[in-house]
Design a protein around this ligand. Structure first.
Ligand SMILES: Nc1ncnc2c1ncn2[C@@H]1O[C@H](COP(=O)(O)O)[C@@H](OP(=O)(O)O)[C@H]1O
Ligand SMILES: [Mg+2]
Length: 266
């Protein structure tokens, strides 16, 4: 297994520092404004984006992110390596003040998510890793104490009761079809409802077996989680082709997908 390098630590630091700013704003009376696409944005999204960009600028690797300039595909198609950043994933949950938001950073290499890190600002906990590194969890205070990191175990079994992760706010009929199919094989499912990429905390710890998503998401919502999950026997598959999702695509909106344990057979 490879050890994390300087750029990976820069990403972890960026998440910790951005999270501190997010939590400062979380305690205040902030307001949300609507973006051009109608989705909400707050001072916290923008402040977090600024901090993360400042950190990642040290790596000289270009960035695709939810907030800030997005390069055209004409330029992006030449990128061998790029960061993909969601400075505040789950803005709706942040506004509702239910704690279910996250900060996501992934590293894309030739369209594949090779490293990912997700931070929970409320719990001050990180998950991070990739196929070359393995996957780990640690608290925000432990990023430079690798002896305190907990290595996440390879996922080898489906839970006795099938556990399905779902969005708190975005659903569709097809999600139910996939769940029914899995239930035919594994019995009645129970649900873990959670906003944002925090769902990947449940997936990588094996608590959730399946996360079918037949509603829109963007590259920065899922790529970090995919990199970590793939390191330990999880997969994130295009719902139609059943191929792993690729990134830095012309269209940054993801296809519908199914994230699941590899051992879960549907
Ligand atoms: N109509 C839409 N188009 C694109 N992405 C959407 C969308 N509706 C929701 N999303 C994505 O779904 C994410 C929330 O996921 P969930 O429903 O699992 O909590 C949002 O993250 P942001 O809050 O960062 O915008 C957003 O990126
Ligand atoms: Mg998001």
């Amino acid at each position: 297994m490879m050890k994390l390098g300087e750029k990976h630590f820069t990403a972890l630091e960026a998440i910790v520092e951005a999270s501190e700013k997010i939590m400062e704003i979380y305690q205040e009376d902030f307001t949300a404004i609507a973006k051009d696409d109608g989705s909400p944005v707050t001072k916290a999204d923008l402040a977090s984006s600024f901090i993360i960009r400042e950190h990642l600028a040290k790596t000289n690797i270009p960035i695709t992110g939810e907030e800030g300039e997005k390069a055209d595909f004409e330029e992006r198609k030449n990128w061998v390596e790029s960061w993909c950043v969601d400075p505040l994933d789950g803005t709706k949950e942040f506004i509702k003040k239910n704690g279910e938001f996250a900060v996501n950073i992934s590293l894309i290499h030739n369209h594949k998510a090779v490293f990912g890190a997700i931070g929970s600002p409320v719990n001050r906990q990180l998950i991070f890793g990739g196929q070359a590194f393995g996957a780990f969890t640690c608290s925000y205070d432990e990023i430079y104490q690798s002896n305190k990191w907990v290595e996440l175990l390879q996922i080898e079994e489906v839970n006795d009761q099938l556990m399905v992760a779902t969005s708190r706010t975005h659903h569709s009929g097809n999600t139910l079809n996939v769940i029914r199919k899995a239930e035919d094989k594994y019995g009645k499912a129970a649900f873990i409802k959670k906003g944002s990429s925090l769902k990947f905390f449940d997936l990588v710890q094996g608590k959730a077996d399946l996360y079918p998503r037949f509603a829109p998401t963007m590259e920065w919502d899922i790529s970090a989680g995919q990199a970590i999950y793939e390191a330990i026997g999880g997969e994130v598959l295009h719902a139609e082709t059943l191929e792993p999702l690729l990134y830095n695509r012309p269209n940054l909106t993801n296809p519908y997908f199914i994230a699941k344990k590899k051992v879960l057979d549907i």
